[in-house]
Design a protein around this ligand. Sequence first.
Ligand code: ATP
Length: 359
Amino acid sequence: MSAVSVRDVTVAFEAFRVFDGLSLDIEEGEFIVLLGPSGCGKSTLLNAIAGLLDVASGQIWIGGKNVTWEEPKDRGIAMVFQSYALYPRMSVRENMSFGLRMAKTPKPEIERRVNQAAELLQITHLLDRRPDQLSGGQRQRVAIGRALVRDAAVFLFDEPLSNLDAKLRNELRVEIKRLHARLGKTTMVYVTHDQIEAMTLADRIVVLKEQKVQQIGSPDEIYRRPANLFVAGFVGSPQMNFVKGRIEGSGAGPEFVSGKRRLSLAGYQFTDAPQPGREVVLGVRPEHLDILEAGTWPDFKVDIVEPMGADTVIWCSDGEGSIQVRTSGSKRTARGEALSVGVDPAQISLFAADSGDRL
Ligand code: ATP
């Protein structure tokens, strides 16, 4: 039985239809990230699961129950938003216990749950403060704590870290991952446009673009076998290199050709048999390129060197265009230097130039 089952769901804002029959099954204990650029429909999907908006057709099941027409409070979910939405005049303790007090939960039970959540989030020492006496990161911990006391089986997060600075975001990201591990069977559905959050937190990522699912898979699958050009470009930093070219057939097997650049595709696992002459885009991540004495693609020149500590990103170009190579941080090169690029054919992706789909 799935923890959350989205069945053939369509949401409509008047004439504008979002998700024409979207289906998604989320397993118990799974950490699912909904990833995509602004407007792709992440929040709409989360809100449909939460019951904050009605579906035009289809069903939402949570914990084996059809909750399509249930109120949010009756769905067995807890939600954490980007804006912490804490009550300013209440203490942290009162903020965290508010929902339970409204639900007339017995006092000792409230105390037990609040103390337990506070301990888990390391905010016990803040319980008597008001929100204005907290930092942004502490406020977001309280907001998570307020969700945690509900003892829900499913947690829904809508960009919970977007308002925090980079360092705090990294800290709380690890905290959320730890929380998920400690809670064991709690299912989490997490919305973000940040591909690093998605890669580091998710068991599975749902990549969305323009209200359509582009790919569902583990971070590894999404990174290594992107289903199309959009997914390939959206995930990974620095971005995947894209090289336009075509497939040429020969006795020795198919080859990728782009001007003077050539690459044997003998080892490439095509999902679709290649047709010679087909226009394609070759995708290769900067870390799958190498700088060699005599690489696959010679005649490059260094344009820009970006030292990043652990790595160095080298922007270089030949007569055909520019590519980025990610190499060791100790690599020393200078602008204008000549180099030769090694391509690992086992690590490339090929996409159809017209549809953008993986070949
Ligand atoms: P963001 O990261 O900017 O929050 P998102 O991926 O969460 O974006 P949604 O907020 O789910 O995107 O919006 C999906 C689409 O639905 C967008 O095109 C948006 O303009 C549209 N939309 C959302 N809410 C409404 C509404 N109440 N009325 C009309 N259209 C809406």
